[in-house]
Design a protein around this ligand. Sequence first.
Ligand code: SF4
Ligand code: SF4
Length: 187
Amino acid sequence: MADELTFSDEIANLLHASHGNPLNTCIQCGTCSGTCPSAPFMKHSPRRIIAMINADMKEDVVNSNTYWFCASCFHCTVRCPREIDIAELMYALKRYSMWNQQYQEDLIGPTFSETFVKTIFGSGRSYEPVLATSYLFSFGVPEFIQEAQTATTLMLKGRLPVLPARIKGLKNFRRMLGRIIPIGGLE
Ligand code: SF4
Ligand code: SF4
């Protein structure tokens, strides 16, 4: 019987690495954390999250805000002495978290991501007015009013569509999407 994958191997598989598990090559130098602009807001720094993945601390990793707070700036990726694609790792953790429906409550990221995928699946295009409702209510009233005013102005100027546009060949697009990501419940 094949050995069960470790959490580290599961995540490494999502990185599409050509050979081996790149996470195991981390030397914990801390360059990624030192260069990360979002680190002060993360529950665990990028360096620590890799150590936790390798230590099989799955629950703590998926329930941390770290990967949702990644700004995809790729500073860490270009500076890692082991050439680990840490930015892609953050995306891999997001995918893992969404597919397993496990993430820290009270974060905007998961709801936003789910709404985005549903919008794309529904019409083949992103549609900002629907996306905005996934996070706008989390802000204060003044910010909400300001965003609503901006959206209204954009709509009046024709910069924001009133109704979502649909792409041609939506059926084929959905079929293709279904091969890439688990979209159970969307059909
Ligand atoms: S920069 Fe690379 S080697 Fe250093 S701690 Fe981060 S992931 Fe590990
Ligand atoms: S890509 Fe993400 S984890 Fe890496 S430095 Fe930028 S914000 Fe930090």
